[in-house]
Unconditional design. Structure first.
Length: 317
């Protein structure tokens, strides 16, 4: 959005995240401009890593960089629990401001990165295609791996509960990189920590559990916990929902690239996804991953309009 880009010309990404008033402003701005049914607080999944003292920078064109990556059991030993309220309080303050500005018009979603994804950034030192360092560490330093994920789980649950206390109506856990794992590795190295984390979230708070490239992990993710399982665009929504069962909600799963196409394509894909959902309760229409930076705002507005129009009917054909 041009309005967002105008703000970014004045402050860096991290500065925007830490400026509670501005973060709340861009959160509410998106709701007002796009007429979506929920807000999600403006923040980043890697903010807790900065509080761990490993050094976090966002390099232009290269994405996030960890200055002091974790490469050994000794490196894990050096990481210490911190006060979430003091180190990440600016996110909670953003939620308080945004909630007040929204005035109950739509619910507000808080979020955090999942322990595996946070650990992969810590170990890789940034983004990766193969996650070779992460997987090697996981298999060869298994005790240290579980210690690391236990620490990250404790941080994450305190962070999410603090967001709920600040006024968030629901929370979403982003496991952006967990799709690189086999089902057996997920069950051994990730699922126990996710189950503990989700089990310790404030009772009654809706939890959305989302990962990408997770077609082979969906039933294991459901077993790990969450009220809603997020689906990326690589699975058919109806097939995935059938495998998960009707006792859980699903969120998704339009390919974000469709929003770079014309209105005819957008409507066609919306009809396909809503047709697969068949009007069953528990489907939250969403993209299958994050919106692409070069997406036209007019296309997003058109998407919202089409989804609402089609959703008002028994189900899309």
């Amino acid at each position: 959005m041009p309005e967002y880009r105008a703000i970014r010309e004045k402050v860096s990404f991290l500065e925007l995240c830490k400026n509670s008033a501005l973060a709340a402003e861009v959160t509410v701005m998106a709701v007002d401009m796009l007429a979506v049914d929920a807000a999600i607080i403006f923040a980043d999944i890697l903010l807790p890593l900065e509080a761990l003292g490993v050094g976090l920078t966002f390099a232009k064109g290269d994405g996030p960089v960890i200055d002091h990556p974790v490469r050994s059991a000794d490196d894990v030993q050096k990481l210490k629990m911190f006060s979430v309220e003091s180190e990440l309080g600016y996110v909670c303050e953003s939620i308080e401001i945004a909630t007040k500005s929204l005035g109950g018009k739509v619910p507000l979603i808080g979020f955090a990165g999942a322990p595996f994804t946070l650990a992969s950034y810590l170990i890789e030192g940034g983004s990766s295609r193969t996650f070779d360092k992460t997987k090697v560490f996981m298999h060869t330093h298994t005790a240290a791996w579980h210690k690391l994920l236990k620490l990250l789980s404790r941080i994450t649950v305190r962070y999410l509960n603090a967001q709920l206390k600040a006024g968030a109506d629901a929370v979403q856990i982003f496991d952006s990189w967990v799709g690189c794992l086999s089902p057996s590795d997920y069950r051994q190295f990730v699922a126990p920590h996710m189950k503990t984390l989700i089990g310790d979230i404030k009772p009654g708070a809706p939890v959305i559990h989302f990962g990408t490239n997770t077609a082979t992990l969906l039933t294991d993710m459901k077993a790990a916990g969450g009220d809603v399982i997020g689906l990326d665009w690589r699975v058919e929504l109806d097939q995935a929902w059938n495998s998960l069962g009707d006792d859980i909600c699903v969120q998704g799963n339009l390919d974000p690239v469709c929003l770079l196409a014309n209105e005819e394509t957008i409507e066609k894909q919306c009809r396909r996804i809503l047709g697969q959902a068949q009007g069953k309760p528990g489907h939250i229409f969403n993209l299958g991953h994050g919106i692409l930076p070069n997406t036209a705002v007019t296309n997003v507005k058109y998407l919202v309009t089409v989804v609402k129009e089609l959703s008002s009917k028994p189900y899309a054909n």
